[in-house]
Ligand binder design. Structure first.
Ligand code: PLP
Length: 420
């Protein structure tokens, strides 16, 4: 065991001792975290990796500034979507040539859902969870309007419902591995197996799990996957997303956005579209080189990181935070919306409070940064590479003080900003 929480009441010194003994503690220095801030929102926007600063500087001054258009060949720009995809593949248990970096998670969902429908001719149903991240649901619903006969089928809840929603009309099941609101974690292998038993393909959105836990798409026999790179991976605001297509589907896979970057020979400028070999055909237009440069620097940092250790620390941090909230915060006001069992949880903790938005604003004013998801959820993300056990302590104590003093009850904290 790497992380052992004592059973008796903890104090800040005990948390500091956990930090001292933490084998991942040294990783924190790789991130540019402002002093005085307890950053618990890496599940929304990961902090700046120190290495990205120099990498971006080089990409701007040297590659763009001096190399100009020559850098497409000389600085490896053209291959960046494949190269950087290859560097993140190990984080999801895929081979390097099964992953590319492209577009946003929303756009990749569109491409893979349409491709999945084509891979299952005669089947027209897309199964989604209506409580999933809205973009996932919206994109599926958009297909109903775009493709004649396509139908979206919504689950009611739990994993059991996946089985009940399956029949011979289902082409693809598209679900999030970890729920963005509650952090509930689905069983990747078990649900994939259920989809396959019904003859459907399985598409996972790994946005809220990649970089927070080991994922093995090969062992789970996953067909298709997408996910964000700006959350636990710290690729930077709006950094391009990843997409995975299992090797066995590469030959038949067809992108509904057959752009020139997915062509077998883009610089032949041929009249006819011929798809590139393998997952490269999922590329569409010109890649965002500066964002890819930052993401590549962020991913280089993950090299050699033991994801089982990352997961163990994530469980311990979340466990500690939930315990402290229950011990220290006034009872009755807050409700833990995340699963209590570590095995059923991702890497953030969601707390329900009727004035959750204002409470979170009061926390942010004190330097404890989490976020809020309507109507009443406060989210606290624990990223094992840089969060400390003392962060969990400081956040829980700040929350308790704010609730006891009702210092959240101010007009300025109730005013909703655009991004919550
Ligand atoms: C963050 C997140 C997204 C965001 O998609 P973008 O296209 O990058 O805006 C989509 N799905 C899930 C499950 C997410 O957590």
């Amino acid at each position: 065991m790497w992380y052992e929480l004592a059973a008796d009441a903890l104090d800040r010194e005990a948390c500091a001792r956990l930090d001292d003994a933490d084998p991942l503690a040294a990783q924190r220095a790789a991130f540019a975290l402002p002093t005085g801030v307890v950053y618990l929102n890496g599940n929304s926007l990961g902090p700046l990796p120190q290495a990205a600063v120099a990498r971006l500087e080089h990409a701007i001054q040297h590659e763009w500034g001096r190399g100009l258009v020559r850098s497409w060949n000389e600085a490896g720009w053209f291959d960046a979507p494949r190269r950087v995809g290859g560097k993140m593949a190990h984080l999801i248990g895929a081979d390097a040539d099964e992953v590319v970096i492209a577009d946003s998670t929303s756009v990749n969902l569109f491409k893979l859902l349409v491709a999945a429908l084509r891979l299952r001719p005669g089947r027209h149903v897309v199964v989604v969870d209506p409580h999933d991240f809205p973009t996932d649901v919206y994109v599926a619903q958009g297909l109903e309007r775009l493709i004649r006969g396509c139908e979206v089928r919504s689950l009611d809840g739990g994993d059991e419902d996946v089985v009940q929603a399956l029949d011979e009309r289902v082409a693809v099941v598209a679900l999030s591995h970890v729920d963005y609101k509650t952090a509930r974690r689905r069983d990747l292998a078990a649900v994939t197996k259920q989809a396959h038993a019904a003859g459907a393909l399985m598409l996972w959105d790994l946005s809220h799990s990649v970089g927070a836990m080991p994922i093995d798409v090969r062992a789970a026999d996953v067909d298709l996957a997408v996910g964000c790179s700006y959350k636990y991976l710290s690729g930077g605001p709006g950094s391009p997303a990843f997409l995975y297509v299992a090797r066995r589907l590469h030959e038949q896979f067809a992108s509904p956005l057959p752009g020139w970057m997915g062509h077998a020979a883009p610089f032949e400028f041929a009249a006819e579209y011929v798809p590139a070999a393998g997952v490269s055909r999922a590329l569409c237009g010109t890649p965002p080189i500066l964002s890819l440069a930052a993401l590549e620097a962020a991913l280089d940092h993950w090299h050699g990181t033991d994801l089982h250790q990352v997961r163990a620390k994530s469980e311990a941090l979340c466990e500690l935070f939930i315990r402290l909230v229950e011990e220290r915060c006034p009872s009755g006001e807050l409700q833990v919306a995340s699963p209590r069992l570590s095995g059923e949880r991702g890497s953030h903790v969601a707390l329900r409070h009727p004035h959750g938005y204002a409470v979170m604003q009061a926390l942010i004013a004190r330097g404890v940064i989490g976020d809020f998801r309507a109507p009443d959820l406060m989210r606290f993300g624990f990223a094992p590479l840089y969060n400390r056990f003392t962060d969990a302590w400081d956040a829980a104590i700040a929350l308790a003080e704010i609730l006891v003093a009702r210092s959240w009850d101010k007009a300025e904290y109730a005013r909703r900003r655009t991004v919550t």
